[in-house]
Design a protein. Structure first.
Length: 290
């Protein structure tokens, strides 16, 4: 049987081959993967050259060579940033936009073909999510979003579905004390989403109230991102948001069917208190003074 290191290396070789990382003409468009990835990043709105470089994990020399090759092809243009001449921004030319669209179509077709050939497509996707989250853990971004945004709604749907699976009585959000969106937007509160590249993998809400405290709501971390410390990061971010809103006292509730949540709260300075609401689902209640 292969040892763990050999299994990792087998996986690396398989991915390298499958995505065409060594091809001199990635997806048959006449340029290697590196140049195609730079073009893709710019096409998806990352115009700041330093941001693109950090996003792709490239050194300055390689980034400069790739940009120059794309400029020579007439696919991008670079210029000084309007607010800081030391920074450069890149944009696609008309030809670059056509090439970006061609790559998008080919990449989508490649992905669809891979899934179509696999009888366990959902299991394959779950494994991909797990690996991608692990490999990009240092680049998971926590950003404030409107709780009505697509990313927030995705997280909340996944959260409600998981509660439905884990609670013996199931979960019906209409029976819960579901916070109004306005209570999780500044200046009353905040809603934070964890993004791994383009995939939302976690969320937390800070719900403002008129009772002298705010509540932590809807803490969720995708199964693919568990074990990476993301739950604590989200809690810390929500507490920081509360401080900026001059909120000194926080409360939350949870259910004993979610032992990992209770463990997180107990080890990060929260203390158990008596019930403070009439929500039918929670049976544990916590408070923390900032």
């Amino acid at each position: 049987m292969l040892d763990p290191v050999s299994r990792v290396r087998r996986f690396n070789r398989a991915v390298t081959s499958a995505v065409g990382a060594l091809d001199t003409s990635f997806l048959g468009r006449g340029r290697p993967l590196g140049a195609a990835r730079v073009l893709n990043a710019i096409g998806h709105g990352r115009s700041d050259v330093s941001e693109v470089r950090d996003y792709l994990g490239l050194d300055s020399g390689l980034m400069s060579r790739l940009l120059r090759s794309l400029e020579d092809e007439g696919l991008i243009e670079t210029q000084a940033h309007e607010d800081d001449a030391r920074r450069r921004v890149a944009s696609l030319t008309r030809a670059g936009k056509r090439e970006f669209a061609a790559y998008e179509t080919l990449s989508n077709t490649q992905a669809e073909s891979l899934l179509a050939r696999n009888a366990q497509a959902e299991a394959l996707l779950a494994a991909m999510d797990l690996i991608a989250s692990a490999l990009t853990r240092d680049r998971i971004a926590l950003t404030e979003r409107d709780p009505r945004s697509d990313e927030a709604r995705y997280c909340l749907r996944e959260y409600y579905a998981e509660l439905g699976r884990r609670f013996k009585q199931g979960f019906d959000v209409s029976l819960s004390r579901d916070p109004d969106a306005k209570d999780m937007r500044r200046p009353r509160g905040s809603f934070i989403v964890a993004m791994s590249d383009t995939l939302p993998i976690g969320c937390i809400g800070l719900k403002g109230t008129d009772h002298g405290y705010a509540e932590i709501k809807r803490l969720w971390v995708a199964p693919s991102a568990r074990g990476l410390g993301l739950g604590k990061r989200l809690m810390d971010e929500a507490e920081d948001a509360a401080r900026t809103l001059d909120i000194a006292l926080l409360r939350l509730d949870t259910n004993s069917a979610l032992p990992e949540a209770g463990q997180l709260y107990r080890t990060t300075g929260w203390r158990e208190i008596p019930r403070f609401n009439d929500d039918p689902y929670p049976d544990l209640f916590f408070e923390k003074r900032l």
